[in-house]
Design a protein around this ligand. Structure first.
Ligand code: ZN
Length: 194
């Protein structure tokens, strides 16, 4: 379960904090993937880990000492993720790719749901996939923003393995059915991958 945490500073919207994560934790054994769209994430990593987060990701743009912040997540027993906004190049992550479990590529500007996929994100996913292979690394590639039946095939073919979908699942119709359709399209696209 991907949980979007927003602080009204790093992004122009407010969502949930550690108490809500703790409440969700009581009702599911699924991994909780906390995407921190907040300033000063170091101060809050312990609270999210205590609340039951299994994965924690922080934005490259929100941290001055990225390596330290990522180690901080690891020290709290969580999977370590780093996120880049649409305007941030993959190259800014060169020095940390060997210490993360996953890289999250934002394919919209973070802050709101139901936004349109930014096609320029595809080359960043492909670049991350190439770097992983050439450097023999094992991070997984996650994509967040504008994932839908229209975009999912291109996203998967570019190399993404973890897809975050909000509006495409919960926007209209039966969420279970929408999720199944999306997953089916993703699996079909992964089979077509060369
Ligand atoms: Zn997210």
């Amino acid at each position: 379960m991907h949980l979007d945490v927003m602080d009204g500073h790093f992004v122009p919207n407010l969502t949930i904090g550690p108490p809500v994560v703790a409440s969700i934790r009581k009702h599911t054994n699924l991994p909780l993937d906390c995407h921190l769209m907040i300033e000063h994430p170091d101060e809050f990593i312990p609270a999210f880990a205590d609340a039951g987060a299994n994965w924690i990701s922080v934005h490259q743009e929100a941290t001055r000492h990225l390596n330290r912040t990522l180690e901080h997540i690891r020290d709290h027993g969580c999977k370590v993720g780093v996120v880049i906004n649409p305007a941030t190049p993959v190259d800014t992550l060169t020095e940390v790719l060997d210490i993360v479990d996953y890289v999250l590529v934002m394919s919209v500007n973070p802050g709101f749901g139901a936004q349109k996929f930014i096609p320029g994100s595809l080359h960043k996913i492909a670049q991350l996939s190439r770097i992983r292979q050439s450097r023999g690394l094992e991070y997984r590639i996650e994509v967040d923003g504008g994932v839908s039946l229209k975009t999912v095939a291109d996203i998967v073919r570019a190399g993404a393995e973890i897809l975050v979908a909000g509006n495409a699942v919960f926007g209209k119709g039966d969420p279970k059915q929408q999720a199944e359709q999306l997953l089916k399209a993703a699996v079909e696209a992964s089979l077509q991958k060369v």
